[in-house]
Design a protein around this ligand. Sequence first.
Ligand code: SF4
Length: 400
Amino acid sequence: MAFSLYVHIPFCLKRCIYCDFVSGIYSDEKADAYIKALKQEILNISHEIVLRKGSEHLSSLYIGGGTPTSLSAITLYDLINYIFQHLRFIENYEATIEANPGTLNKEKLQVIHSSGINRISLGIQSFNDGELRFLGRLHSSRDAEKAVDLARDAGFENIGIDLIYGIPGQDINEWEKTLKKTVRLKPKHISAYELTVVFGTALHEHIKAHKLKRLDEEKIIEMYKHTIDYLKAQGFLQYEISNFALPDYSCMHNLNYWDRGEYYGLGLGAHSLIGKKRFFNTDKFEHYIEALSENKSPVRETESVDNERALSEAMFLGLRKTYGINLKALSEMYGKEILKLYHDEISELQEAGLISIHGSSGNFGTMSSNQSDCSRETETHMKLTRKGILLSNEVFIKFL
Ligand code: SF4
């Protein structure tokens, strides 16, 4: 099973109207205090990893946010080097950084790449300037194109592009233009997320005040169906509900979450899953800085995850992957016969055409991070059907 590290950078240069991530506006002063605290947390965790995991090495690193690339080139250099100096990774590790095209330049990208980051995930969201302005993004479509070129010139071969569909006022033609433009830029990975309206965001306030109208559900489903079909025709495998990759370019870090593997999350508001425990760091900036300045843990809450809950999580997380879940392996791992335990739910979902069970080899899409042995394809798998992918929430709720 893989074992990952997430590092959170809680700064942005500007807030997007739909965002509810743990993030505030960047300042040099705050960034300096934060990186100092984060380095202390990295140091503490490096000792803990040796105690808990012995000689096991991390398989992936994901620096997310916020906007990690709101930090200066020198700060990023310092942070990334500190991570690699204090934590041990497997030889063919995957290390991703999330980047906002409005914060990139040649020097910064070269520094990031030469420090050991081998995958970049560009938060482009749209190639329509009106949509980008509406979302409150920092960059234009031209900046986004330039960012892809700059990343490639800096040595990044594994480039991912994140997109958002279902934007108020968007129509299928505009979405199609964004998809086509994205594919023309030749990324290895594309994430396409439906715009969600989260309570407390500026977007939610506008909708509540009737200043904006959500897009109709049918239009959103049409866009999603089109995304799946178009990207498949362009050679991208849909390996998860919102994620598409060229062969061998699935994101190993995210696959570890969906496989319910172990991970450490460092930084403000980050959480970890280690053994039977989940830890949550404080999401209050001052508390985080204060705790680490006194060399105390920033963990605000710890919860124990019992076997039943762990299995339920493994079911709905695993079903997000188009590969589905290996029923035999899960039954063995959790000591429960899944087909018996969830008999009624599985029968109902099968009758509704939302899931299918395969007893022999088939096209299961991209393998999981811990399922590289192709012989496993001959074992019994359960996965979402196309209808199930479109109505996935109806499936997940059955296993909660
Ligand atoms: S750049 Fe990302 S994290 Fe920052 S406000 Fe926008 S969506 Fe949120």
